[in-house]
Design a protein around this ligand. Structure first.
Ligand code: ATP
Ligand code: MG
Length: 421
């Protein structure tokens, strides 16, 4: 046995204890040396490996190509692994294949060349890598699944949101309807309350206004009883006259109230009919004669054509009657009341002018308010309802009413009503 140098012994020890496999081959691929780690890695004993071609450790197709590979390299110097190192597959004795990292270096001795390969088993690393890859894939799958779940959840939330929004809108609609209902009820209640206030107000005014004509009637009746002689007929007539005017006074008040409560109840309907304007005015004026004061006269002027108009007779009569009775009531004995009527541009124009007490400027703005009476009326009787009714009748006919007045000079009322063809 040759005597090894000390460094050779040390090297052999290092090779033997290395954890990676170390194998040396010659230019023909014949294994010259293999350490224990290599033997263990490939499942052979060292003896089985030595003297055999390195092919035995490679799976096909590499095994078949290896000889060519070495000769190619020797001829061209062109290497694919030598000095580089790469991942390849090895084959164990039992035929199983495993991944490994192989680094090869070339050893040039004096008379021949050798190749040394260091083999590192990558099985565990590959397994770990695979595990990580699988884990990653699983994770990705899970993330995908979770994302889908999230998307579904978000969609469901959006659906719920939309549903809620719809519900909110519906509820708002219902609430609005309810509120509207409530407002209508309140309005109706207020109208009812106002009507009942109106009625009680009227009762107190009427009872006050009724007292004078009723006591006139009573005292005149008493006096008539006392005038028993035939020659006292004139006195009797005077008192029956007073009784008549008192009764018509009472009737007027009652009519006012009736008109007003009908208006309040919305029970006044416009009833159109055709009639001649001039003859209609004449009949109203005739009716008025009983109301006029001594020596008062009505001067009626009208456009020459006798128009046939389509209007509500009853409402128009009431309007005229109210205006004339005011004109008479608030003017002195012997004064004239001017009335003019004309039809122009499809409209009826009415004008009633008196030479009476007039309406104080500061009272004028309240004139159409019910129960309002100007402060210059003194003891002239009235309830303050007439003009309110007039204005509402005019409005029912889509017309307009206005007036001009100067205290102590007189008052003119103007009415304009559109006519239907
Ligand atoms: P009634 O309900 O009996 O008609 P009234 O005459 O007092 O009572 P309105 O006809 O509504 O009530 O008139 C309201 C008020 O307007 C009157 O009280 C009076 O002060 C004033 N007025 C109306 N017409 C005239 C007029 N032609 N001249 C002066 N004042 C008038
Ligand atoms: Mg009046």
């Amino acid at each position: 046995m040759e005597k090894y140098s000390e460094s050779a012994i040390r090297l052999t020890a290092i090779i033997e204890t290395a954890t990676d496999g170390i194998i040396t081959i010659d230019v023909n691929g014949i294994i010259e040396m293999a350490n224990s780690a290599a033997a263990e890695l490939f499942g052979y004993s060292k003896e089985e490996m030595l003297g055999n071609n390195i092919r035995m450790l490679m799976p096909s197709p590499y095994a078949g190509q290896h000889d060519n590979y070495i000769s190619n390299y020797l001829r061209t110097g062109h290497a694919k692994i030598i000095g580089i190192g790469r991942e390849v597959t090895g084959q164990r004795k039992n035929g199983s294949i495993f991944p490994m990292r192989l680094s090869i270096s070339e050893v040039n001795l004096k008379d021949r060349r050798l190749f040394t390969g260091i083999v590192h088993d990558l099985t565990e690393e590959k397994e770990a890598e695979e595990e990580i890859r699988q884990l990653n894939a699983e994770l990705e799958d899970r993330v995908e699944a979770r994302t889908e779940e999230l998307v579904n959840a978000v969609n469901k939330l959006l659906d719920i949101n939309r549903q809620l929004e719809r519900e909110v809108v519906d509820r708002q609609k219902a609430e609005n309807a309810l509120r509207k209902n409530e407002a209508e009820i309140i309005k109706a209640l207020e109208a009812e309350k106002e009507l009942s206030q109106l009625k009680s107000r009227f009762v107190s005014i009427a009872s006050h206004e009724f007292r004078t004509p009723l006591s006139t009637i009573l005292s005149s009746a008493d006096l008539i009883e006392a005038y028993t002689k035939a020659e006292q007929q004139e006195k009797r007539l005077k008192h029956t006259g007073r009784i008549k005017s008192s009764v018509s006074n009472l009737t007027a008040i009652l009519n006012d109230f009736l008109s007003l409560s009908k208006l309040e109840e919305g029970a006044v309907q416009v009833e159109l009919s055709e009639f001649e304007l001039i003859s209609f005015c004449k009949s109203v004026l005739e009716e008025l004669h009983g109301v006029l004061k001594p020596n008062q006269r009505i001067v009626h002027t009208h456009s020459p054509e006798n128009h046939v108009i389509l209007l509500d007779k009853k409402l128009l009569r009431n309007i005229l009657f109210n205006l004339f009775s005011n004109a008479s009531k608030y003017s002195p004995d012997g004064s004239a009341i001017h009335c003019s009527t004309k039809v122009e541009h499809g409209q009826l124009f009415l004008e009633v002018r008196d030479e009476g007490i007039g309406i104080p400027r500061e009272d004028q703005q309240h004139l159409f308010t019910r129960f309002f009476r100007a402060h210059n009326v003194e003891n002239i009787q009235g309830t303050g309802l007439g003009l309110n009714i007039v204005r509402r009748y005019v409005e029912l006919l889509n017309g307009r009413i206005s007036f001009e007045s100067e205290e102590g000079v007189g008052t003119t009322f103007y009415i304009q009503i559109p006519l239907k063809k």
